[in-house]
Ligand binder design. Structure first.
Ligand code: PMP
Ligand code: GLU
Length: 399
Protein backbone atom coordinates (compact mmCIF):
# COMPACT_ATOMS: atom_id res chain seq x y z
CA UNK A 1 0.00 0.00 0.00
CA UNK A 2 1.07 3.59 -0.46
CA UNK A 3 1.64 5.36 2.83
CA UNK A 4 0.46 8.95 3.14
CA UNK A 5 3.12 11.65 2.88
CA UNK A 6 2.24 12.81 6.37
CA UNK A 7 3.09 9.44 7.94
CA UNK A 8 5.93 8.64 5.55
CA UNK A 9 7.59 11.86 6.74
CA UNK A 10 7.66 11.04 10.44
CA UNK A 11 10.33 8.85 11.98
CA UNK A 12 9.88 6.07 14.52
CA UNK A 13 10.50 7.02 18.17
CA UNK A 14 14.26 6.45 18.73
CA UNK A 15 13.78 5.89 22.47
CA UNK A 16 11.24 3.15 21.88
CA UNK A 17 13.33 1.74 19.00
CA UNK A 18 16.42 1.45 21.21
CA UNK A 19 14.39 -0.11 24.05
CA UNK A 20 12.99 -2.68 21.61
CA UNK A 21 16.46 -3.45 20.26
CA UNK A 22 17.86 -3.94 23.78
CA UNK A 23 14.86 -6.15 24.69
CA UNK A 24 15.38 -8.27 21.56
CA UNK A 25 19.09 -8.73 22.38
CA UNK A 26 18.19 -9.72 25.95
CA UNK A 27 15.59 -12.18 24.67
CA UNK A 28 18.30 -13.68 22.47
CA UNK A 29 20.31 -14.38 25.62
CA UNK A 30 22.66 -11.38 25.65
CA UNK A 31 23.41 -9.74 28.97
CA UNK A 32 22.31 -6.18 28.16
CA UNK A 33 21.63 -3.41 30.68
CA UNK A 34 18.98 -1.16 29.22
CA UNK A 35 19.34 2.50 30.12
CA UNK A 36 17.50 3.62 27.05
CA UNK A 37 13.97 4.18 28.27
CA UNK A 38 12.60 6.78 30.64
CA UNK A 39 10.53 4.43 32.69
CA UNK A 40 10.56 4.16 36.51
CA UNK A 41 11.36 0.60 37.58
CA UNK A 42 9.35 0.79 40.83
CA UNK A 43 6.19 -1.27 41.33
CA UNK A 44 2.92 0.62 41.16
CA UNK A 45 1.93 1.82 44.69
CA UNK A 46 -0.23 -0.77 46.52
CA UNK A 47 -3.27 1.50 46.96
CA UNK A 48 -3.32 2.11 43.21
CA UNK A 49 -3.26 -1.62 42.50
CA UNK A 50 -6.17 -2.01 44.89
CA UNK A 51 -8.05 0.73 43.00
CA UNK A 52 -7.69 -1.27 39.78
CA UNK A 53 -9.22 -4.31 41.46
CA UNK A 54 -12.05 -2.19 42.84
CA UNK A 55 -12.68 -0.66 39.41
CA UNK A 56 -12.87 -4.08 37.79
CA UNK A 57 -15.23 -5.36 40.50
CA UNK A 58 -17.40 -2.25 40.11
CA UNK A 59 -17.70 -3.00 36.37
CA UNK A 60 -16.05 0.18 35.19
CA UNK A 61 -16.02 -1.41 31.80
CA UNK A 62 -18.13 0.97 29.72
CA UNK A 63 -17.46 4.12 27.78
CA UNK A 64 -16.98 7.27 29.82
CA UNK A 65 -17.08 11.01 29.06
CA UNK A 66 -14.67 12.07 26.27
CA UNK A 67 -12.51 14.48 28.34
CA UNK A 68 -12.19 12.09 31.28
CA UNK A 69 -14.18 10.95 34.30
CA UNK A 70 -15.43 13.73 36.58
CA UNK A 71 -13.49 12.14 39.47
CA UNK A 72 -10.12 12.13 37.72
CA UNK A 73 -10.62 15.58 36.17
CA UNK A 74 -11.41 17.02 39.61
CA UNK A 75 -8.43 15.22 41.20
CA UNK A 76 -6.08 16.39 38.43
CA UNK A 77 -7.37 19.98 38.73
CA UNK A 78 -6.65 19.94 42.46
CA UNK A 79 -3.23 18.34 41.97
CA UNK A 80 -2.23 20.89 39.31
CA UNK A 81 -3.58 23.86 41.30
CA UNK A 82 -1.53 22.65 44.27
CA UNK A 83 1.71 23.00 42.31
CA UNK A 84 0.84 26.62 41.56
CA UNK A 85 0.00 27.17 45.25
CA UNK A 86 -3.39 28.49 44.23
CA UNK A 87 -6.48 26.57 45.27
CA UNK A 88 -9.01 26.13 42.43
CA UNK A 89 -6.69 27.68 39.84
CA UNK A 90 -7.76 24.81 37.64
CA UNK A 91 -11.24 23.31 37.77
CA UNK A 92 -12.37 19.93 36.49
CA UNK A 93 -13.62 21.50 33.24
CA UNK A 94 -10.09 22.80 32.51
CA UNK A 95 -8.69 19.26 32.31
CA UNK A 96 -8.69 16.76 29.43
CA UNK A 97 -7.52 13.25 30.29
CA UNK A 98 -5.84 11.30 27.48
CA UNK A 99 -3.95 8.07 26.83
CA UNK A 100 -0.69 9.27 28.35
CA UNK A 101 0.81 12.75 28.34
CA UNK A 102 2.13 11.82 24.91
CA UNK A 103 -1.38 11.96 23.52
CA UNK A 104 -2.18 15.14 25.48
CA UNK A 105 0.76 16.89 23.80
CA UNK A 106 -0.02 15.45 20.38
CA UNK A 107 -3.68 16.52 20.64
CA UNK A 108 -2.77 20.01 21.84
CA UNK A 109 -0.39 20.45 18.90
CA UNK A 110 -2.96 19.05 16.47
CA UNK A 111 -5.61 21.41 17.87
CA UNK A 112 -3.45 24.54 17.55
CA UNK A 113 -1.03 24.03 14.69
CA UNK A 114 -1.92 24.20 11.01
CA UNK A 115 0.01 23.91 7.77
CA UNK A 116 3.14 26.08 7.80
CA UNK A 117 2.72 27.29 11.39
CA UNK A 118 6.01 27.53 13.24
CA UNK A 119 6.53 25.79 16.57
CA UNK A 120 9.54 26.76 18.66
CA UNK A 121 11.28 23.78 20.24
CA UNK A 122 14.26 24.50 22.48
CA UNK A 123 16.71 21.65 21.93
CA UNK A 124 17.78 19.21 23.20
CA UNK A 125 14.14 18.13 23.37
CA UNK A 126 12.12 14.98 23.75
CA UNK A 127 12.07 12.93 20.55
CA UNK A 128 8.33 13.13 19.90
CA UNK A 129 7.78 16.92 19.78
CA UNK A 130 9.31 17.35 16.32
CA UNK A 131 7.35 14.48 14.81
CA UNK A 132 4.09 15.65 16.38
CA UNK A 133 4.61 19.10 14.84
CA UNK A 134 5.34 17.52 11.46
CA UNK A 135 2.21 15.39 11.79
CA UNK A 136 0.21 18.60 12.17
CA UNK A 137 2.00 19.94 9.05
CA UNK A 138 3.68 22.60 11.15
CA UNK A 139 7.33 23.64 10.99
CA UNK A 140 9.58 22.80 13.95
CA UNK A 141 11.91 25.70 14.73
CA UNK A 142 14.76 24.32 16.80
CA UNK A 143 16.50 26.73 19.16
CA UNK A 144 19.66 25.28 20.64
CA UNK A 145 20.43 25.49 24.34
CA UNK A 146 23.90 24.53 25.55
CA UNK A 147 25.50 22.72 28.44
CA UNK A 148 27.46 25.89 29.30
CA UNK A 149 24.15 27.57 30.05
CA UNK A 150 22.79 24.49 31.87
CA UNK A 151 20.56 23.83 28.83
CA UNK A 152 18.27 26.72 29.78
CA UNK A 153 16.62 28.71 26.98
CA UNK A 154 17.55 32.39 27.24
CA UNK A 155 14.99 35.18 26.72
CA UNK A 156 17.19 36.59 23.92
CA UNK A 157 17.23 33.29 22.01
CA UNK A 158 13.47 32.94 22.46
CA UNK A 159 12.77 36.43 21.17
CA UNK A 160 15.06 35.96 18.17
CA UNK A 161 13.11 32.82 17.16
CA UNK A 162 9.63 34.39 17.26
CA UNK A 163 8.15 35.41 13.88
CA UNK A 164 4.63 36.37 12.80
CA UNK A 165 4.17 32.66 11.84
CA UNK A 166 5.03 31.37 15.32
CA UNK A 167 1.99 29.59 16.71
CA UNK A 168 3.38 27.74 19.68
CA UNK A 169 6.36 27.02 21.87
CA UNK A 170 6.82 23.71 23.68
CA UNK A 171 8.85 23.96 26.89
CA UNK A 172 9.78 21.06 29.14
CA UNK A 173 10.81 21.36 32.78
CA UNK A 174 12.32 19.27 34.36
CA UNK A 175 13.74 18.48 30.99
CA UNK A 176 14.01 15.25 29.07
CA UNK A 177 16.82 14.63 28.04
CA UNK A 178 19.01 17.22 29.82
CA UNK A 179 17.67 17.10 33.39
CA UNK A 180 17.59 20.92 33.38
CA UNK A 181 15.07 22.53 35.72
CA UNK A 182 13.83 26.06 34.99
CA UNK A 183 13.88 28.21 38.14
CA UNK A 184 11.00 30.63 38.75
CA UNK A 185 13.39 33.41 37.59
CA UNK A 186 14.08 31.52 34.33
CA UNK A 187 10.34 31.08 33.75
CA UNK A 188 9.65 34.71 34.61
CA UNK A 189 12.29 35.94 32.13
CA UNK A 190 10.80 33.87 29.30
CA UNK A 191 7.27 34.89 30.31
CA UNK A 192 8.25 38.57 29.98
CA UNK A 193 9.13 37.93 26.34
CA UNK A 194 6.01 35.85 25.64
CA UNK A 195 3.76 38.57 27.08
CA UNK A 196 4.91 40.78 24.20
CA UNK A 197 3.78 38.18 21.60
CA UNK A 198 0.13 37.35 22.26
CA UNK A 199 -0.07 35.22 19.08
CA UNK A 200 2.18 32.56 20.63
CA UNK A 201 0.59 29.76 22.68
CA UNK A 202 2.64 27.79 25.20
CA UNK A 203 2.74 24.11 26.07
CA UNK A 204 4.57 23.52 29.35
CA UNK A 205 5.38 19.82 29.59
CA UNK A 206 5.80 19.34 33.35
CA UNK A 207 5.45 15.54 33.42
CA UNK A 208 8.65 15.24 35.52
CA UNK A 209 7.78 17.99 38.02
CA UNK A 210 7.64 15.60 41.00
CA UNK A 211 11.10 14.28 40.16
CA UNK A 212 13.03 17.40 41.00
CA UNK A 213 16.11 17.63 43.22
CA UNK A 214 16.07 21.38 43.80
CA UNK A 215 13.16 21.52 46.24
CA UNK A 216 9.83 22.70 44.87
CA UNK A 217 9.70 22.66 41.11
CA UNK A 218 8.72 25.99 39.56
CA UNK A 219 5.66 25.80 37.31
CA UNK A 220 4.40 27.86 34.40
CA UNK A 221 0.98 27.86 36.10
CA UNK A 222 2.07 30.82 38.24
CA UNK A 223 2.18 32.98 35.09
CA UNK A 224 -1.35 34.31 35.50
CA UNK A 225 -1.09 36.79 32.62
CA UNK A 226 -0.38 33.93 30.22
CA UNK A 227 -3.08 31.56 31.46
CA UNK A 228 -5.40 32.21 28.50
CA UNK A 229 -2.82 30.69 26.11
CA UNK A 230 -1.01 28.25 28.35
CA UNK A 231 -1.43 24.46 28.34
CA UNK A 232 0.21 22.52 31.12
CA UNK A 233 0.81 18.80 30.70
CA UNK A 234 1.25 16.22 33.43
CA UNK A 235 0.36 12.60 34.17
CA UNK A 236 0.91 9.57 36.35
CA UNK A 237 3.55 7.78 34.24
CA UNK A 238 6.67 9.18 35.85
CA UNK A 239 5.67 10.35 39.33
CA UNK A 240 3.67 7.23 40.22
CA UNK A 241 5.60 4.64 38.17
CA UNK A 242 2.47 4.01 36.09
CA UNK A 243 3.79 4.21 32.52
CA UNK A 244 1.72 1.26 31.33
CA UNK A 245 -1.57 2.66 32.61
CA UNK A 246 -1.31 5.29 29.87
CA UNK A 247 -2.98 8.17 31.68
CA UNK A 248 -1.92 11.79 31.21
CA UNK A 249 -3.77 15.07 30.96
CA UNK A 250 -3.55 18.70 30.03
CA UNK A 251 -4.84 21.72 31.94
CA UNK A 252 -5.92 24.88 30.14
CA UNK A 253 -8.03 27.86 31.18
CA UNK A 254 -9.19 28.60 27.61
CA UNK A 255 -12.50 26.79 27.17
CA UNK A 256 -12.43 27.37 23.39
CA UNK A 257 -9.28 25.26 23.29
CA UNK A 258 -10.72 22.66 25.69
CA UNK A 259 -13.84 22.24 23.55
CA UNK A 260 -11.86 21.96 20.30
CA UNK A 261 -9.41 19.49 21.78
CA UNK A 262 -12.28 17.44 23.23
CA UNK A 263 -13.87 17.34 19.76
CA UNK A 264 -10.66 15.88 18.37
CA UNK A 265 -10.44 13.30 21.15
CA UNK A 266 -14.09 12.30 20.66
CA UNK A 267 -13.34 11.36 17.05
CA UNK A 268 -10.16 9.63 18.01
CA UNK A 269 -10.33 7.52 21.17
CA UNK A 270 -13.76 8.25 22.76
CA UNK A 271 -12.08 8.25 26.17
CA UNK A 272 -9.07 6.88 28.03
CA UNK A 273 -9.47 3.43 29.65
CA UNK A 274 -11.95 3.70 32.50
CA UNK A 275 -10.19 1.32 34.90
CA UNK A 276 -6.91 3.16 34.39
CA UNK A 277 -8.60 6.53 34.95
CA UNK A 278 -9.95 5.30 38.27
CA UNK A 279 -6.50 4.04 39.28
CA UNK A 280 -4.98 7.42 38.36
CA UNK A 281 -7.64 9.24 40.36
CA UNK A 282 -6.85 7.15 43.44
CA UNK A 283 -3.13 7.78 42.90
CA UNK A 284 -3.69 11.56 42.95
CA UNK A 285 -6.10 11.45 45.88
CA UNK A 286 -3.95 9.10 47.97
CA UNK A 287 -0.92 9.68 50.14
CA UNK A 288 1.82 11.24 48.01
CA UNK A 289 4.49 9.84 50.33
CA UNK A 290 5.20 7.11 47.78
CA UNK A 291 6.07 9.76 45.18
CA UNK A 292 8.47 11.47 47.59
CA UNK A 293 10.09 8.09 48.36
CA UNK A 294 10.64 7.33 44.69
CA UNK A 295 12.07 10.80 44.11
CA UNK A 296 14.51 10.26 46.99
CA UNK A 297 15.61 7.01 45.38
CA UNK A 298 16.07 8.81 42.04
CA UNK A 299 18.17 11.43 43.77
CA UNK A 300 20.46 8.76 45.25
CA UNK A 301 20.75 7.21 41.77
CA UNK A 302 21.48 10.62 40.28
CA UNK A 303 24.29 11.19 42.78
CA UNK A 304 25.71 7.75 42.08
CA UNK A 305 25.63 8.00 38.29
CA UNK A 306 27.12 11.50 38.26
CA UNK A 307 29.99 10.33 40.46
CA UNK A 308 30.66 7.29 38.27
CA UNK A 309 30.29 9.20 35.00
CA UNK A 310 32.90 11.73 36.09
CA UNK A 311 35.44 8.89 35.99
CA UNK A 312 34.62 7.93 32.41
CA UNK A 313 37.36 9.41 30.19
CA UNK A 314 35.92 11.82 27.60
CA UNK A 315 32.56 12.31 29.36
CA UNK A 316 31.71 15.93 30.22
CA UNK A 317 28.96 15.80 32.79
CA UNK A 318 26.54 18.26 34.39
CA UNK A 319 24.56 17.03 37.35
CA UNK A 320 20.88 16.84 36.32
CA UNK A 321 18.51 18.80 38.57
CA UNK A 322 15.42 16.80 37.71
CA UNK A 323 13.96 13.85 35.73
CA UNK A 324 16.12 10.69 35.51
CA UNK A 325 18.50 11.18 32.63
CA UNK A 326 22.23 11.83 32.47
CA UNK A 327 23.20 13.73 29.33
CA UNK A 328 27.01 13.79 29.03
CA UNK A 329 28.83 15.58 26.23
CA UNK A 330 30.91 12.90 24.51
CA UNK A 331 32.60 14.88 21.72
CA UNK A 332 36.04 14.19 23.25
CA UNK A 333 35.57 10.56 22.13
CA UNK A 334 34.84 11.36 18.48
CA UNK A 335 37.72 10.27 16.25
CA UNK A 336 38.80 7.42 18.54
CA UNK A 337 39.04 3.89 17.13
CA UNK A 338 37.32 0.69 18.15
CA UNK A 339 39.49 -1.83 16.27
CA UNK A 340 39.26 -0.78 12.61
CA UNK A 341 36.25 1.40 13.12
CA UNK A 342 36.44 5.11 13.88
CA UNK A 343 33.75 6.46 16.21
CA UNK A 344 32.68 9.70 14.58
CA UNK A 345 29.25 10.44 16.06
CA UNK A 346 27.10 9.92 19.14
CA UNK A 347 25.06 7.39 17.11
CA UNK A 348 28.21 5.36 16.47
CA UNK A 349 29.29 5.63 20.11
CA UNK A 350 25.86 4.44 21.19
CA UNK A 351 26.08 1.46 18.83
CA UNK A 352 29.56 0.66 20.15
CA UNK A 353 28.43 0.84 23.79
CA UNK A 354 25.58 -1.54 22.96
CA UNK A 355 27.53 -4.12 20.99
CA UNK A 356 30.84 -3.90 22.88
CA UNK A 357 29.77 -2.66 26.32
CA UNK A 358 26.33 -4.30 26.43
CA UNK A 359 24.67 -1.13 27.70
CA UNK A 360 21.80 0.47 25.80
CA UNK A 361 21.67 4.31 25.80
CA UNK A 362 20.15 6.75 23.30
CA UNK A 363 22.19 9.02 21.04
CA UNK A 364 21.79 12.72 21.72
CA UNK A 365 21.13 13.16 18.00
CA UNK A 366 17.64 11.76 18.61
CA UNK A 367 17.01 14.81 20.82
CA UNK A 368 18.61 17.29 18.42
CA UNK A 369 21.99 17.37 20.23
CA UNK A 370 24.52 15.15 18.43
CA UNK A 371 27.33 15.95 20.88
CA UNK A 372 25.71 14.04 23.76
CA UNK A 373 24.37 10.68 24.90
CA UNK A 374 21.28 10.07 27.05
CA UNK A 375 21.59 7.52 29.82
CA UNK A 376 18.40 6.81 31.77
CA UNK A 377 19.04 6.07 35.43
CA UNK A 378 15.52 4.86 36.21
CA UNK A 379 17.01 1.54 37.26
CA UNK A 380 18.57 0.03 40.39
CA UNK A 381 21.83 1.25 41.96
CA UNK A 382 23.35 -2.16 41.19
CA UNK A 383 22.45 -1.79 37.52
CA UNK A 384 23.77 1.77 37.44
CA UNK A 385 27.07 0.68 39.00
CA UNK A 386 27.50 -2.25 36.62
CA UNK A 387 26.41 -0.24 33.56
CA UNK A 388 28.85 2.56 34.31
CA UNK A 389 31.62 0.00 34.91
CA UNK A 390 30.91 -1.47 31.48
CA UNK A 391 30.72 1.95 29.81
CA UNK A 392 33.99 3.04 31.37
CA UNK A 393 35.72 -0.20 30.35
CA UNK A 394 34.37 0.08 26.79
CA UNK A 395 35.49 3.72 26.51
CA UNK A 396 38.93 2.84 27.90
CA UNK A 397 39.28 0.25 25.13
CA UNK A 398 38.97 2.98 22.50
CA UNK A 399 42.30 4.06 21.01
N1 PMP B 1 6.82 14.28 27.91
C1 PMP B 1 8.08 13.89 28.13
C2 PMP B 1 9.15 14.92 28.21
C3 PMP B 1 8.39 12.53 28.30
O1 PMP B 1 9.64 12.15 28.51
C4 PMP B 1 7.36 11.59 28.21
C5 PMP B 1 7.74 10.14 28.38
N2 PMP B 1 7.13 9.25 27.60
C6 PMP B 1 6.05 12.04 27.96
C7 PMP B 1 5.83 13.40 27.83
C8 PMP B 1 4.89 11.14 27.80
O2 PMP B 1 4.58 10.40 28.93
P1 PMP B 1 3.34 9.41 28.98
O3 PMP B 1 2.75 9.35 27.62
O4 PMP B 1 3.89 8.11 29.43
O5 PMP B 1 2.39 10.00 29.97
N1 GLU C 1 9.57 9.40 27.64
C1 GLU C 1 10.31 8.19 27.73
C2 GLU C 1 11.67 8.38 27.12
O1 GLU C 1 12.01 9.45 26.70
C3 GLU C 1 9.54 7.01 27.21
C4 GLU C 1 9.68 6.67 25.76
C5 GLU C 1 8.96 7.61 24.89
O2 GLU C 1 7.75 7.74 25.04
O3 GLU C 1 9.63 8.22 24.07
O4 GLU C 1 12.43 7.44 27.14
Amino acid sequence: MNISDRIANISASPTLAMAAKAAAMKAAGENIISMSLGEPDFPTPAHVKQAVKDAVDADMSHYGPVPGTPGLRAAAAKYMSGFAGQENLFRAEDIIVSVGAKQSICNAIETLVGKGDEVILPTPCWVSYTEMVKLAEGVPVMVRTTMDNDFILTPEALEAAITPRTKLIVLCTPNNPTGAVYSSENIEALAQVLKRYPHVAIIADEIYNQICYTGTCATWATQTELLDRLIIVNGVSKAFAMTGYRIGWLACKDQTFIKACTRLQGQQITCATMVAQYAAQKALEGDLGCVAEMTKAFERRRNLIVELAQDVPGFKVRSPKGAFYLFPDVTALFGKRAGDKVIRTADELCEYLLTDGHVACVSGAAFGEPTCLRISYACSEEQITEAMRRIRAAVERLK
